[in-house]
Design a protein around this ligand. Sequence first.
Ligand SMILES: Cc1cc2nc3c(=O)[nH]c(=O)nc-3n(C[C@H](O)[C@H](O)[C@H](O)COP(=O)(O)OP(=O)(O)OC[C@H]3O[C@@H](n4cnc5c(N)ncnc54)[C@H](O)[C@@H]3O)c2cc1C
Length: 292
Amino acid sequence: MKAAPFEYVRAGSIGEACEVLQREGDAVKVVAGGQSLIPMMAMRLVRPGWLLDINEIAALKFVAMDKDAVRIGACTRQSTVERDQELAARVPLLRQALAWVGHIQTRNRGTIGGSIVHADPCAELPLVARVLGARMVLRSTAAARTVEADAFFSGPMMTATDANECLEEVQWPAWGERRTGSAFTEISNRHGDFAMVSAAAQLSLGDDGRCVRAAFGLGGMGQTPLAFPQLAQRLVGTRLEDEIVKSVAHDAAAQSDPGSDLFATAAYRRHLAGVLAARVISAAHAQAGSKG
Ligand SMILES: Cc1cc2nc3c(=O)[nH]c(=O)nc-3n(C[C@H](O)[C@H](O)[C@H](O)COP(=O)(O)OP(=O)(O)OC[C@H]3O[C@@H](n4cnc5c(N)ncnc54)[C@H](O)[C@@H]3O)c2cc1C
């Protein structure tokens, strides 16, 4: 199929983009890499009256290292982020997750902001955003506001972004602890497909080998990507023995409410979630431990 007829406008600045959004409201769809939006338009699942192209806005393409976070412009390509060595050192989970996002070709076009606003509950970057507590900066003609990840993702392909707002940047917390490790994994039918279930973890060890900070989460297990701060807190102070890791992973799976579809039943997803959560926590532990 082909997309329904639409008007096209290319914005040269964030201000110009916001003016179009303010004027046309719900009738507009921002197009960044187009890797999700264009197929959906071709299938007529989305029929915008206006397509607002933000690819020419240089101010939306940057990677900036702040003291406690890395800020990434919304229209920065996923492949740019994947190749950035300094970024990988400061927020390693991002590169680990990006390796699972589609294919090299889709990552060359797909943007960080596009994946975040698209908000597929199985997508990798929204899960990393939840686990790390990323912050989304949304701009309208009137002002900019910052929304925490746990308030940003409100449902399957639904976010706190208003019709008159453009995602400007995503701020990814960079942990300062020296002995920090992280891991991402997922199960899908074929490499490059959306995950049935995905899992991400990051944790830090103190000098005595005990966990001093932990975060983990699951994708594909509910309406939005899920983080488990209270369960992660149970890991803190332990030496991350198998027993506690398995117990926390099991409880995370039990607390989730996945659906069944053509690819997997809810019961199978829950089984995978327990296995994968334990796997990423252990892998993150091993990586942190290797930093002696
Ligand atoms: C073959 C294939 C495999 C894929 N596999 C995966 C996968 O495994 N995991 C995965 O996560 N994704 C996958 N995708 C989807 C895709 O790669 C990402 O979701 C995509 O890159 C989103 O980014 P984009 O820049 O292309 O967004 P677009 O398609 O341009 O936009 C996506 C949505 O975000 C909105 N939007 C984009 N930027 C902004 C902004 N700055 N402000 C406000 N709204 C905005 C758009 O209006 C639209 O609703 C796959 C795609 C293909 C074609």
